[in-house]
Design a protein around this ligand. Structure first.
Ligand code: AMP
Length: 501
């Protein structure tokens, strides 16, 4: 029977003995192992009473078997629901109540707490080494499994958005959302069976789970599967890789590593960055050190990947490239939805087979995020230049309105970042009694640099209109970031709240 996503994986699968994971926590895994292990785990799901359409919530550390569980869910027709291992029990209670999973798989240390909030769901364990009650049950299961029938529009996964404002929402992703995007990326980034991806991203997030894993699966390629990012370990394994996908912090940390040289990366085919803005400086420094231009792309939980710098041709620092084939992007006036001409800043909207089916059990929120012609309102502000490249200037909710003027944080950050002695900066709006919001800069100073808040403010005079110049500058050692390397502006706004009132 047809299973849209797994049939595609199987159709493109290399011979059974071909490598799938060549380095991981325990031993290597072939494509034959992948088929057998995912079949056994799918058998466990069915035995636990999971039927097609049921959610399987998974809060575990990264392991190859956790990835096998994802594939097993696809084959059993279940909806894979990965959760950040850092979530507390109180947070889990919300996700469990919202998603009503039939089965929850968790770390053994969490089992007792989760059973108490499971609302009747079965609970199995899987530890950081990839062992636990789930794997014990799998031992008794057959290596063959009759895949559940699933069409293109049936759900394969629900990923909860990180929810920096309000409750996080479950983004419903169909078999074809995942399949179509992975196929596009395989072709666009020229993945083949001879590729070896260095995989150091978490697998509870779209980047490591879908971009990384699905691209490898649909290319019949293999991967070096690291439990987490570690610059020494990445440098040690790099000679065996052909490609790497990372968040910008990976590249920043590797640039600090003495082993990163042109010779050490000469054999690499591709470095991809996404999930957060890559500083133009990082792009330039990487190019100078290694001779490779990092390929930056743009996506989000709800849409998979939308745009990418080209494989051949100009990979322009500070841009995320044109829309991928089959995907449309446009810039609109946020309130009215009127389409804006090239070069003007507005809301980035996208449409294509990659865009999700809506928010789980939240039809009002879904309706408010789509235009009537089917474009999804991303919440990111940006522009499309004459060459068709998309530039992101920040999240809509980070836009600062000061004295009635709009200030795009990225514009101010770019000016500050260009100053000598500055590593990076984050510009936020803080409540101000006269202006509504006041532009405020939080600046990371380079080691040993002689720079203070007044010097930053003075340097910006004449470079930015007065209303865009920060009213206060705070010098810090580092910016708060989440696990995907995104600067947490909500944390900064809380830290400095009340400065102007
Ligand atoms: P998430 O849903 O966690 O993947 O976050 C998606 C958001 O990350 C997007 O809406 C953007 O705000 C941001 N993002 C992803 N890729 C990039 C990029 N290359 N440059 C700037 N921001 C990005």
């Amino acid at each position: 029977m047809a299973n849209h996503l797994f049939d595609l994986v199987r159709a493109r699968m290399p011979a059974a003995q071909s490598p799938f994971i060549v380095h991981r926590d325990a031993k290597a895994l072939s494509y034959g192992d992948l088929e057998a292990m995912s079949a056994r785990l799918a058998g466990v799901l069915v035995a636990a009473g999971v039927v097609p359409g049921d959610r399987v919530a998974v809060q575990v550390e990264k392991s190859a078997n956790a990835l096998m569980l994802y594939v097993a869910c696809v084959r059993a027709g279940a909806v894979f629901l990965p959760l950040n291992a850092a979530y507390t029990l109180a947070e889990l209670e919300y996700f469990i109540g919202d998603a009503e999973p039939a089965l929850i798989v968790c770390d053994p240390s969490r089992q007792a707490g989760i059973v108490a909030i499971a609302r009747g769901a079965a609970v199995e364990t899987l530890d950081a080494g990839g062992e636990g009650s789930l794997m014990q049950r799998a031992q008794g299961m057959p290596d063959l499994f009759a895949d559940a029938a699933r069409g293109p529009d049936d759900l394969a996964a629900i990923l909860y958005t990180s929810g920096t404002t309000g409750r996080s929402k479950g983004a419903m992703l169909s078999h074809d959302n995942l399949a179509s995007n992975a196929l596009t990326l395989v072709e666009f980034w020229r993945f083949s069976r001879s590729d070896v991806l260095l995989h150091a991203l978490p697998i509870f997030h779209t980047h490591g789970l879908f971009v990384g894993t699905n691209v490898v699966l649909l290319a019949g390629a293999s991967m070096l599967f690291l439990p987490k990012f570690d610059a020494d370990e990445v440098m040690r394994l790099l000679p065996r890789a052909t490609t790497m996908m990372g968040v910008p912090t990976f590249y920043v940390r590797l640039l600090d590593h003495a082993g990163l040289t042109r010779e050490a990366t000469a054999h690499m085919r591709l470095f991809v960055s996404g999930s957060a803005p890559l500083l133009a400086d990082t792009h330039r420094d990487w190019s100078q050190r290694t001779g490779h231009a990092i390929l930056e792309r743009y996506g989000m939980t709800e849409t998979n990947m939308n745009t990418s710098n080209p494989y051949d041709g100009d990979r322009v620092a500070g841009t995320v490239g044109p829309p991928l084939p089959g995907i449309a992007a446009r810039i609109t006036e946020p309130d009215t939805g009127a389409v804006l001409p090239a070069g003007e800043i507005g809301m980035i909207e996208v449409k294509g087979p990659n865009v999700f089916k809506g928010y789980w059990r939240n039809p009002e929120k879904t309706a408010s995020e789509f235009r009537v012609d089917g474009f999804f309102i991303t919440g990111d502000l940006g522009k499309i230049d004459e060459k068709g490249y998309v530039h992101i200037v920040g999240r809509g909710k980070d836009l600062i309105i000061t004295g009635g003027y709009n200030v795009y944080p990225k514009e101010v950050e770019s000016e500050i970042d260009a100053l000598p002695g500055v590593v990076e900066s984050a510009v936020i709006g803080l409540a101000h009694k006269d202006f509504g919001e006041a532009v405020t800069a939080v600046v990371v100073r380079a080691k040993g640099a002689d720079l203070d808040d007044r010097a930053v403010m003075a340097a910006l005079e004449g470079r930015l209109a007065r209303f865009k110049q920060p009213k206060r500058v705070f010098i810090v050692d580092e910016l708060p970031r989440n696990t995907m390397g995104k600067v947490q502006k909500n944390v900064l706004r809380e830290m400095y709240a009340g400065v102007f009132v």
